[in-house]
Each structure stands twice: as structure tokens, then as C-alpha cells.
Design a protein around this ligand. Structure first.
Ligand code: PLP
Length: 444
């Protein structure tokens, strides 16, 4: 009997022992296409990259960890320099942590420190969106709009204000793009006015929604409108790029797809690509200079911030990403993947929507394509399809709540960014076959 806590107490998950590129191998020698890059959309550079392994032991032998409160390291400086090179213009500072949740919370706290530093201490509220995911620690969960993960804990955190998501397939306003005139973005203005701009510190959003909506990018023009509203009311814009950043959405940072510059960015997952738990908050000069002008250092601290060995690993990963032009491959193969998913949608009555940007794609299942009626949550359709994929050698990531926070089944599909065209085809074939199998079981 295992002594570890797992996400699923009943399942007999295979024991993974080896990885190579987009493939994972279990203890029985079975090969899987890792269509989720780990849990979830983490291992951007692929498994078993020798360049990463090559630096780990020597660096650990030399020095793995330095006291962050009273010393510096070249590794951290180099990692930060690489990240800033990839970031939108105007970003100059990096604060590295161990998880995306910490990266989000520190971005929020840095924003708050900025408001206090410039003499606006009433600005404290964070506005976020329903059907979003910003992490599982209490502060990040308060920002999240992922009902299944937050409802039980809501009484013990200080909640953010939530506005509707930018989700055209199930538009909260029952409009169609572009005649909707981006009501979902305008909802931010209403929320700011409702709370009072003098009380609002920041708005946080994922450019492409991951776990909560299954690869749903905001429509064109959305973040331009959001930026305009934030500027108008002196509210910071935090882009949560923990999942969609670092090549995942076909660009170094996903927000580039809207040609918009946020004030703060939360980065994670791909930064350590599963080789090391690395994440980071990126801070724009306008924000960090204001805080520093007051002679204040950032007040964030964690045991592993600026981790030396982690920084060394992340530097190699970022170099690998640039050298192999993974953002471009993500864009190209993402197009191919989405096209294949579109074909699957036409063939399968249970596939209501497919969506995505770069190699961050999603499939939403429906009982009725015309009405978009979801399957009853107790049928666990997303898990069933995931299990059927697993049996056939493909790992995907299931999610729920696209309709109302509870109902709605989707899969997130995001293989490592090194995937090739023929591997995309193989992935699609397994997925289609798995959907067929589940259909036979329950769908019809
Ligand atoms: C967009 C987004 N933000 C934050 C997080 C939290 O990251 P972590 O699980 O590393 O704390 C996640 C994790 O899935 C995420 O997808």
C-alpha cells in the first residue's frame, strides 16, 4: 500500500520510469505519448534532455543552494537575464520561486506593495475571472475561478472579485464575436466602478485559460480592451503565464499574441519543465522602480527563492527553448493539432468544441451538440476519455466546469513543444479512437 497521497485514491496509476522527448515509459515497458507534458503542460522541452542532466550533478557538487538573504549567485542572475530577454519590453526584474501559485501570489503582493509605495494604500482588491485557475494555495485559490478546487476552501480565504471569462463558445452574455463588442472585457470596467477604482489594485487573467477551460484563448482585441480599462482606472494588469507562457502558446509569452504589455507576469511550469520546481514573478520597470524609489526592497521571501541549482537548470532550459525555436514549433504544430481536433469534432457527435493557441489545445464534450448541453458531471466523461487514452498510450489532462463551474467536461492537450508532425498525427489517432470507445460505453 502506497504511503503517498495521490489525486485519485482508487486508480492504479502506472509507475513511470523513463522519458524521452514526447514519450514516457512505465515500469512494464509501455510507451505513452505525453499529451499533457506532465501535470499539466509543464515539460515544454520534452523528457530526458541530456543538456539539462549534464549541468545538474556538476552544479550540485559545486554549490546547490546559497543563502538568499545575504548572498547572490551568478546562476540566478543569468536565469533572470534570459527571462527578461524573452519578456515584453519594459520588464527588468525577476523574483524566482518554486511554484506557479507562489509566482501568482508574489505578483499580487508586488502589485500591492507598489500601490502602498505610491501612497495609494486603499488599492488592495484583485479582480479575476470565473473559469480561471491561478493556483492552489489560499491566496492563488482566491484569485482562481475554478469552482471544483475553490468552493470548499472559500470560507477561509479573502476572495477576489470575479468577472465572466472571455469564452466565446459559452458566452456569458449570449452574444457572438465580434458583434458582442467584447462585453466580457467591458465587464472589468463595471467591476472596477462597482468596487471603486480607489480600492482596486490589480486585474489578473490567463491569456489562454488552461485547467479551468481547456485551452481557451481570449478573442482578438480582448486584452487590448483590458489594457485600456486598466490604464483608465490606474489598475495593474497581471498576466498569469504559468501555463501558457514560454513557448506554449506559440510565442515566448502568450500575451504577445495580443500585442499588449502587462505590468506583472507570473511564469512557471515550462521554466523548470519538470526538471526542477521553478517559477517566477516578472516585474515591469514602472512597478519595480516606484517601489525601489521609496528605498524599499521587495518583501517576498520563500525558502527556495532564487534557487541556485534551479536557476542553473532553468537557464539551460530557456537556452534550449531559444536554440530549438520551440515557440515557432509550438505555433506550427499547434495549428496542425487544432486542425486535427477540428476534424475530430466533425466526426464525433460528443465533441462540442475544440480550441487552442499553439500547443495548448482543448476538447469540450457535450451531450447535445446543437444545444451544447453538457453530460451529467457524475458520468465523469473527461476522466473516462482520459482513461481510454491511457489504455491506448496517450496522456491527456481532464477538467470540468466550463458551463457553470461544475458541469462541462473538457480535456487539455498540450504535448512537449518538440513534437513533430507525425507524432501529432499519432496523438490524434489515439484520441479519436478513445472518444469512440467511450462513446460505445456510455455516450449513445
Ligand atoms: C495558469 C496557472 N496559474 C497558476 C498555476 C499554479 O501553479 P502550481 O501548480 O505550480 O502552483 C497553474 C497550475 O496549473 C496554472 O495553470
Amino acid at each position: 500500500m502506497s504511503k503517498t497521497l495521490s489525486r485519485n485514491l482508487t486508480s492504479k496509476n502506472p509507475r513511470m520510469v523513463r522519458g524521452e522527448g514526447i514519450y514516457l515509459f512505465d515500469a512494464e515497458g509501455r510507451r505513452y505519448i505525453d499529451g499533457a507534458s506532465g501535470s499539466a503542460l509543464v515539460c515544454n522541452i520534452g523528457h530526458g534532455v541530456k543538456e539539462v542532466a549534464a549541468v545538474m550533478t556538476p552544479q550540485a557538487e559545486e554549490l546547490a543552494y546559497n543563502p538568499f538573504h545575504c548572498s547572490r549567485s551568478l546562476a540566478y542572475e543569468e536565469m533572470a537575464e534570459r527571462l527578461i530577454r524573452l519578456a515584453p519590453q519594459g520588464f527588468g526584474k525577476v523574483f524566482s520561486v518554486s511554484s506557479g501559485s507562489e509566482a501568482v501570489e508574489n505578483a499580487v503582493k508586488f502589485g500591492r506593495q507598489y500601490q502602498v509605495a505610491r501612497g495609494l494604500p486603499s488599492k488592495h482588491l484583485v479582480i479575476s475571472r470565473w473559469q480561471s485557475y491561478h493556483g492552489n494555495t489560499l491566496g492563488a485559490l482566491a484569485c482562481s475561478g475554478y469552482t471544483g478546487r475553490r468552493r470548499k476552501h472559500a470560507p477561509i480565504f479573502k476572495d477576489a472579485v470575479h468577472i465572466p471569462p472571455a469564452f466565446c463558445y459559452r458566452c456569458y452574455f449570449e452574444k457572438n464575436y465580434p458583434s458582442c463588442e467584447l462585453k466580457c472585457a467591458r465587464a472589468l470596467e463595471n467591476a472596477i466602478l462597482q468596487e471603486g477604482p480607489e480600492n482596486v489594485s490589480a486585474f489578473i487573467a490567463e491569456p489562454v485559460v488552461g485547467a479551468a477551460l481547456g485551452g481557451a484563448p481570449a478573442p482578438p482585441g480582448y486584452f487590448q480592451k483590458i489594457r485600456e480599462i486598466c490604464n483608465k482606472y490606474d489598475v495593474l494588469f497581471i498576466a498569469d503565464e504559468v501555463m501558457c507562457g514560454l513557448g506554449r502558446a506559440g510565442a515566448s509569452f502568450a500575451i504577445e499574441n495580443w500585442s499588449v504589455t502587462p505590468d506583472l507576469i507570473a511564469s512557471g511550469k515550462g521554466l523548470g519543465s519538470g526538471y526542477f520546481p521553478m517559477a517566477a514573478s516578472l516585474i515591469s520597470d514602472a512597478v519595480s522602480n516606484t517601489v525601489q524609489a521609496k528605498g524599499a526592497a521587495f518583501e517576498g521571501v520563500h525558502t527556495c527563492c532564487g534557487h541556485l541549482l534551479g536557476s542553473r537548470v532553468a537557464t539551460v532550459i530557456l537556452d534550449y527553448m531559444v536554440k530549438n525555436d520551440l515557440a515557432r514549433n509550438s505555433k506550427e504544430q499547434g495549428r496542425r493539432l487544432l486542425q486535427g481536433l477540428e476534424e475530430i469534432k466533425t466526426r464525433h457527435a460528443s465533441v462540442g468544441d475544440v480550441r487552442g493557441l499553439g500547443l495548448m489545445c482543448g476538447v469540450e464534450f457535450v451531450k447535445d451538440k446543437a444545444t451544447k448541453e453538457p453530460f451529467p458531471p457524475e458520468l465523469k466523461v473527461a476522466e473516462r476519455v482520459m482513461d481510454a487514452c491511457m489504455e491506448r498510450g496517450l496522456i491527456v489532462f481532464p477538467g470540468h466546469g466550463a458551463v457553470d463551474g461544475t458541469a462541462g467536461d473538457h480535456l487539455l492537450i498540450g504535448p512537449p513543444l518538440v513534437i513533430t508532425s507525425s507524432q501529432v498525427t499519432a496523438l490524434l489517432e489515439i484520441l479519436s479512437d478513445a472518444i469512440d470507445a467511450v462513446k460505445k460505453e456510455i455516450l449513445n
